[in-house]
Unconditional design. Sequence first.
Length: 78
Amino acid sequence: MPDGDVALELAELRRALEVGLARIDGQLALLVQRSDQTDKAVEELEERVAALERTRWPLPALSVLIALGALVWAVLGH
C-alpha cells in the first residue's frame, strides 16, 4: 500500500471520527437540555404540591369542629 493511500485512509477515518463525535456531542447537548427541563418541571411540581399541602391543613380541623358542633347539638337536644 503506498504512503498516499495510507494517508488518505487515515484522513477518512479522522473525518468519520470527527463526524461521529460531533453527533455524540449534539445528542449529549440535547440530553442535558431535556434533563434541565425535567429538573425545572419537577421543581415546579414540588412547589405546587407544597402549596396544596399548606392549604389543606384547615380541612381536618374544620371536620373536627363540625363534628364537635354536631355532638353539642345532639347533647343539648336541639
